[in-house]
Design a binder for this molecule. Structure first.
Ligand code: ZN
Length: 108
């Protein structure tokens, strides 16, 4: 069972997606991020949103910031809006996609 070099178990399902890190030819390296799935309307990708606190020293307070990334969704992984997805950096797959979903779970 291929784990694509990550400490994440391969999905139970198999797929023939060449852009799958488990069953295809995409290698993952670099950053591993976790964020909430906010859009699944794309055909082969999902939008992940990450929220973080940015400290402002002058006022001693923090502001909430968020950033979004698009990530390729392999055929063997199901992602639904509201789930927490783990995405791994890979080579650029298109103009704006250089991450691939490696896991998506309901709980936070
Ligand atoms: Zn796959």
């Amino acid at each position: 069972m291929s784990t694509a070099g990550l400490e994440i178990a391969a999905p139970a399902q198999k797929c023939d997606d060449v852009r799958c890190p488990f069953h295809g030819h995409v290698k993952v390296r670099g950053r591993l991020l976790t964020g909430r799935v906010v859009s699944t309307s794309g055909k082969s990708f999902v939008v992940i949103q990450m929220e973080y606190l940015h400290k402002i020293r002058k006022f001693g307070r923090s502001e909430r910031r968020k950033s979004r990334l698009t990530a390729h969704l392999p055929g063997c992984i199901q992602a639904h809006e509201g789930e927490m997805a783990t995405i791994a950096e890979c080579r650029p797959l298109s103009k704006s996609i250089s991450f691939v979903v490696v896991q998506s779970r309901r709980s936070a």
